[in-house]
Design a binder for this molecule. Structure first.
Ligand code: GDP
Ligand code: MG
Length: 407
């Protein structure tokens, strides 16, 4: 088979050079990128795509390297996409990943690719999604996506992966609040990395108690401990991965993916939301979750969070939820009840859901809670008028706007 004459056949046959060339085309968005996307589209959905997210230096790359080792022992092929959108700050991290995973470079059953940042997280996530599809089409059993957990990338990893692992190294301190405020909703499992460190037990306890507070019928994600440097806990983690049946699920809800794309672009284009520090956590058709950390700009003259700021947060989630269908909908009537005051430093999470929607009118409900203890803070209900005009950021074929690089 000749990669020059039939690149798609070569990719599907797992030819490494053809795969590498396809990825380069996607990264550079060159003329052949479109052909690659179109070509592999019909051949995806077999790989188990595992997203690994967490703070910089949390032990993600070391963990991924350990996962590769375990998966190889079981005879599985593995591809890795390492995405580091914050490389201007962590400079050289991508190269570091390459070196750290060096032991796998000679293994034909392993393909590791780092994606360099161009500062646009939205665009980066898009090429990561395409690269995952290439690996999937090339027949890799497991595709691991490593991303730095900083704001928007949490929702991006939701979009890319079938299974999401959130890495929590000991000693996160206040940062654990941010984890509570965002990744609680998206984590399929928590991994307490560097479990050899003294604070590991405390981190595990904090995660477990935060999961106890979680409401709703969804299955509680397990908390697993690993010491990636010695391999401890990795067998259990891979056992857990192997019993998952979510393989290919990222393709199941195409409509939700489209809605999530649109919502991510909408919030990035929202000047008011950016001004107040709103961050997107998750979105699907008719629903959106947005968070903020209460800072000085949100306070009233009594030093507590302004009711207007809470309304704004709720309204942002509601606005994203009702516009997620792709047509402009505008609030015509809204009510808020606030049950508890909020202090500076608290993380608030607003979750909007669709109660009903007809061609012209939609009814939405938003629950605002405090991340640290899941306390109910406010409830907002609103009626929207559906205009039928397309949401401007939804223009087909348009590149995503500048997603805010958070943290
Ligand atoms: N003590 C200990 N250190 C670890 C462990 N895993 C990773 N590290 C160290 O933590 C640092 C950051 O690891 P890395 O995997 O690059 O983190 P990443 O930025 O999240 O990808 C490195 O110095 C690793 O050697 C572990 O299990 N125990
Ligand atoms: Mg890394």
């Amino acid at each position: 088979m000749n990669a020059e004459t039939n690149p798609l056949e070569a990719i599907l046959a797992g030819d490494r050079r053809a795969v590498a060339r396809a990825i380069t085309a996607l990264e550079n968005d060159s003329d052949s990128a479109h052909a690659v996307r179109a070509g592999v589209a019909a051949h995806v959905g077999r790989a188990h795509v595992v997203g690994v997210t967490g703070p910089p230096g949390g032990g993600k790359s070391t963990l991924v390297s350990g996962l590769i080792r375990q998966l190889r022992v079981r005879g599985h092929t593995v591809a890795v996409v390492a995405v580091d959108p914050s490389s201007p700050f962590t400079g050289g991290a991508v190269l570091g990943d390459r070196i750290r995973m060096g032991e796998h470079q000679a293994d034909e059953g392993v393909f590791i690719r780092s994606l360099a940042s161009r500062g646009h997280l939205g665009g980066l996530a898009r090429s990561a999604t395409d690269v995952v599809d290439v690996f999937d089409a090339a027949g890799y059993h497991t595709v691991i996506v490593e991303t730095v957990g900083a704001g928007q990338s949490e929702v991006e990893v939701t979009r890319i992966a079938d299974t999401r692992l959130v890495v929590c190294p000991p000693g996160l301190g206040d940062d654990i609040q941010a984890i509570k405020a965002g990744v609680l909703e998206i984590a399929d499992a928590f991994v307490v990395s560097k479990a050899d460190l003294p604070d590991a037990q405390r981190t595990e306890n904090e995660l477990l108690s935060m999961l106890t507070l979680r409401r709703g019928p969804a299955a509680k994600p397990p908390v697993l401990r690993t010491i990636a440097t010695t391999g401890e806990g990795l067998r259990e983690l891979v056992d857990w991965l192997e019993q998952r049946t979510q393989r290919g699920s990222r393709h199941a809800a195409t409509e939700d993916r489209a809605a999530r794309d649109l919502v991510a672009r909408s919030i990035a284009a929202d000047g008011y939301g950016r001004h107040l520090g709103f961050e997107l956590v998750a979105a699907a058709r008719g629903t959106a979750t947005v968070r903020m950390r209460v800072g000085p700009q949100h306070l009233n003259f009594n030093g507590r969070c302004h009711g207007g700021a809470i309304f704004s947060l709720g309204d942002m989630a509601l606005g994203l939820a009702c516009n997620s269908h792709g047509t402009i909908a505008a609030l015509i009537d809204g009510n808020i009840s606030i049950s508890t005051g909020v202090e500076p430093g608290d993380w608030l999470v607003a979750h909007a859901t669709e109660v009903s929607r007809s061609r012209k009118v939609g009814v939405y409900r938003v629950d605002v809670s405090r991340a640290s203890d899941q306390a109910h803070i406010a409830c907002l209900s609103g009626t929207v008028y559906v205009t039928g005009k397309p949401v401007p950021v939804a223009a087909p074929g348009e590149r995503p706007g500048l997603a805010p690089l958070l943290n």
